[in-house]
Design a protein around this ligand. Structure first.
Ligand code: 0O2
Length: 260
C-alpha cells in the first residue's frame, strides 16, 4: 500500500445491495478536507437535502412523461429509474482531483453530479424523445449534454448524459440545483454495469484482454439495440387493423391508465 494514502476506514472490498464496492482510500490532503467537511456538518447536510429534493423533482418529471407516453402511444418508454446522491467520500475525492478545497460553495460550484438520476429505456429512440421532452420544459436549463450514443467512448461506453438545473422550492427560498441525468437502454445499462464492476475488481487476471472483449461486447450490444428497434418498428407497422371490439377495449384501457 502507498504510504501517502490513509484509509478513512479499514481497506476492504465487500458487497452492499449485491454490488461490489470499495471503501475509498484518501491521501493526507483529503483527510484534512474530510475534517473540514465534518466541521460544516449542518450546512453540508442541508446542501445534501437540497440535492436529494432536486432528484425528486427530476424523477417526477420522468414519471409524468412515462405516464403520458403510455396513454398517447400505448407503450412505456421507461423500464426503470434509479438515482443516487454522491457519497461524501466521492465528493472529497473529486474535489481533490479538481484541486479545489472542500467548502459547501465549492461543492455547488464545481461538481455537477452530486445528484444523479439514471433512466433506463427499452429502445434507443425513446432516449432522444425523453431527453428532448425534459430539455424543453420551462423550468429546466440544460447546462451541458454528452451524446455517448452517437459518439461512444473508446471503451464502448454508450449513454446520453445531461446536466440540468431545476428550481427547487423550499419554505424560505428557491434554489436552482444541478442534476446529472443519464439516459440509456437496458442493453447499454447491462454493459455499463458489468464494465463498472470490472474496474473495481483489481484482482481480475488478464484485465487488458477482458477490457478488449468488453469493447467487442459493446459493439454487439449496439447492434442488438439497433435490431430490436427495427423489429419493433416492423411489428408496429404490420399490426392488423383493430376490430371494433379492440378499439373499445383500448378506450377502456386508456381511461384506466389516466388514473395511474
Ligand atoms: P458514478 O459513481 O457513476 O457517479 P466527471 O463526471 O467529471 O468525473 P466526465 O468524463 O466529465 O467525468 O463525465 P461523463 O463522461 O459525463 O461521465 C460521468 C458518469 O458517466 C460516470 O460517473 C459514470 O457513471 C458514467 N460513465 C462515464 N464513462 C463510463 C465508462 O466508461 N464506463 C461506465 N461503466 N460508466 C461510465 P462517475 O463519477 O465515474 O461515477
Amino acid at each position: 500500500m502507498n504510504n501517502d494514502f490513509l484509509p478513512i476506514n479499514e481497506e476492504h472490498t465487500g458487497t452492499e445491495n449485491n454490488q461490489l464496492f470499495m471503501v475509498p482510500m484518501v491521501d493526507k490532503g483529503i483527510f484534512e478536507q474530510a475534517k473540514k467537511m465534518a466541521g460544516t456538518v449542518v450546512e453540508y447536510r442541508e446542501l445534501r437535502m437540497m440535492y436529494s429534493c432536486a432528484i425528486k423533482e427530476i424523477r417526477t418529471k420522468f414519471d409524468v412523461l412515462n405516464s403520458e407516453f403510455n396513454v398517447r402511444y400505448q407503450r412505456n418508454p421507461i423500464a426503470s429509474i434509479t438515482s443516487r446522491l454522491k457519497s461524501s467520500a466521492s465528493i472529497l475525492e473529486k474535489l481533490s482531483r479538481l484541486k479545489v478545497p472542500f467548502s459547501v460553495e465549492n461543492v455547488n460550484e464545481h461538481l455537477h453530479d452530486v445528484a444523479g438520476i439514471r433512466v433506463i429505456c427499452y429502445y434507443v429512440d425513446d432516449i432522444y424523445r425523453l431527453a428532448h421532452a425534459l430539455a424543453k420544459q420551462d423550468d429546466i436549463t440544460v447546462l451541458n449534454f454528452k451524446d455517448y450514443i452517437k459518439n461512444p467512448k473508446p471503451n464502448g461506453y454508450r449513454s446520453y448524459h445531461l446536466i440540468v438545473s431545476v428550481p427547487v422550492f423550499f419554505s424560505d427560498q428557491t434554489r436552482e440545483m444541478k442534476v446529472e441525468v443519464q439516459i440509456r437502454t437496458i442493453a447499454m445499462d447491462f454493459w455499463a454495469s458489468l464494465e463498472h464492476q470490472l474496474k473495481y475488481k483489481k484482482e481480475v487476471p488478464d484485465q487488458a484482454e477482458i477490457v478488449s472483449q468488453l469493447t467487442d461486447c459493446a459493439t454487439q450490444i449496439s447492434q442488438i439495440d439497433t435490431q430490436m428497434y427495427e423489429i419493433r418498428n416492423r411489428i408496429e407497422q404490420a399490426e392488423d387493423e383493430p376490430t371494433e371490439e379492440d378499439l373499445l377495449l383500448e378506450k377502456l384501457r386508456r381511461i384506466d391508465l389516466a388514473d395511474e
